[in-house]
Ligand binder design. Structure first.
Ligand code: NAD
Length: 392
């Protein structure tokens, strides 16, 4: 990509979970990339070639791209004027009332606007509330805007980006062409859609996955009430029976994407997304259900309850929207003394898994990191929703 710009691309929000692996991958394809962010802590680490979070396969590629002088970090917006393409990977969280928090996101768009020059393409990659791309178009007032949603599984971007087809949509042929040139460097297949279709593809994908988890979780609760092991049933259901093979294990389903996008879709559909609503109730209700079941058998007051795994899912270090924290809150309200441990999350209040196992009367697995699968819990009361979940 020969051009007058210093950078082939700049990623706004480039030190986040989506932006950083994406930037690393493009830099390793030979593009000159600038990561723009406001996170000074991440910037310090990344400049030294250190990954600020767990991301499979990213560490060595980060070092390589820094050594090859392909990856710069910028804490100001000057790099935007210097870039041919600008990819936006800013966070799009919910506010306290569970509504999409769009103000901050659009404020940054207004700031970026001031640094834009001619012949640039803006690629929105954040998961945005339907209609947001049109709002961006209105602010920027240039049609060179593409929407290319990120669809990776968190923690596995490096592997998945080169395997997954890329959805590309845009408001002009130029934007679509530029985004295609860019993503063809990393994606095996391009799928073209309209912007409105792409916004829904992203939300439907996450809501579908979230509903699948809710189905497994509701089956789990039915089994619990019947004193039957759901995991044993699931294994028999999927054994050589292709139509049931996609049913996931039961377990906490939350995090910054699945829950959030299902909530947003429900808001967009004026609270009439019935399956989504039920899935939210089921998945978010699982910690309370576990505590209720436990309290039928044990007096939880003054018991030491250990939560092993505080991340929102297995083998990552991200605690955003993790149900382990909700579980902790519910247990505390029942008078339990709650202790927590996680292999990958740094928190001065957490203790080692060995200490937690020793001290706890009851142990609940909150995130089933692989390392926990090998532990012998001896004669402790163990709640493992993912496995052997009969009659805890
Ligand atoms: N995490 C995932 O696996 C995943 C997967 C698919 C889609 N998404 C979507 O991608 C988007 C980003 O998610 P994420 O998990 O990477 O979030 P993140 O919070 O890890 O990353 C966002 C980054 O934006 C930076 N930022 C905030 N304000 C800024 C500003 N004013 N200027 C420059 N940078 C700023 C933050 O410091 C942070 O590094 C969200 O819309 C999310 O829903 C996430």
């Amino acid at each position: 990509m020969k051009n007058k710009f210093k950078y082939d691309l700049c990623i706004v929000g480039g030190l986040g979970r989506v932006g950083l692996p994406l930037g690393i991958l493009f830099a390793n394809k030979g593009l000159k990339v600038c990561l723009n962010d406001i996170n000074t802590k991440h910037a310090e680490l990344v400049k030294k070639g250190i990954m600020p979070f767990k991301e499979k396969g990213a560490q060595s590629l980060l070092k390589k791209s820094i050594n090859n002088n392909k990856l710069d970090i910028s804490l100001n917006y000057k790099c935007i004027s210097d870039s041919k393409c600008i990819i936006i990977t800013l966070g799009t969280p919910l506010d306290k009332r569970r509504n999409p928090e769009m103000k901050k996101f659009l404020k940054v768009i207004n700031i970026i606007k001031k640094s834009l020059t001619k012949n640039q393409t803006i690629i929105v990659r954040s998961s945005v509330y339907p209609g947001t791309c049109k709002k961006i178009l209105k602010i920027i007032n240039k049609r060179n805007i593409a929407y290319c949603p990120e669809r990776i599984k968190q923690g596995y971007s490096i592997k998945e980006l080169e395997k997954l087809p890329q959805i590309i949509s845009g408001f002009s042929k130029k934007a679509i062409d530029q985004a295609s040139i860019l993503f063809k460097k990393i994606s095996p297949k391009i799928i073209y859609s309209t912007v409105s279709e792409a916004e829904l593809i992203k939300f439907f994908t996450n809501a579908w996955r979230y509903i699948q988890f809710a189905t497994a979780n509701e089956f789990f609760m039915i089994c619990q009430d019947l004193n039957i092991d759901f995991e044993k049933i699931r294994k028999m259901m999927i054994d050589n029976y292709p139509r049931a093979k996609n049913i996931p294990k039961a377990g906490f389903a939350a995090g910054p994407c699945l829950y959030k996008d299902t909530v947003q879709l429900n808001t967009f559909f004026k609270n009439n997304f019935f399956l989504g609503n039920s899935a939210i109730k089921i998945n978010e209700g699982l910690p309370r259900y576990i505590v209720k079941k436990l309290s039928l058998k044990y007096n939880l007051k003054n018991k030491v309850v250990g939560i092993l795994g505080m991340a929102f899912k297995a083998n990552i270090d991200d605690s955003r929207n993790s149900l382990s924290y909700k579980l902790r809150k519910i247990l505390k309200s029942r008078g339990s003394h709650v202790i927590c441990s996680d292999e990958y999350i740094n928190d001065k209040n957490f203790i080692s898994k060995e200490k937690l196992i020793n001290k706890s009367d009851i142990i609940i697995i909150g995130a089933l990191h692989d390392i926990y699968k090998k532990i012998n819990f001896r004669n402790k009361i163990l709640v493992n929703i993912w496995d052997h979940n009969k009659n805890y």
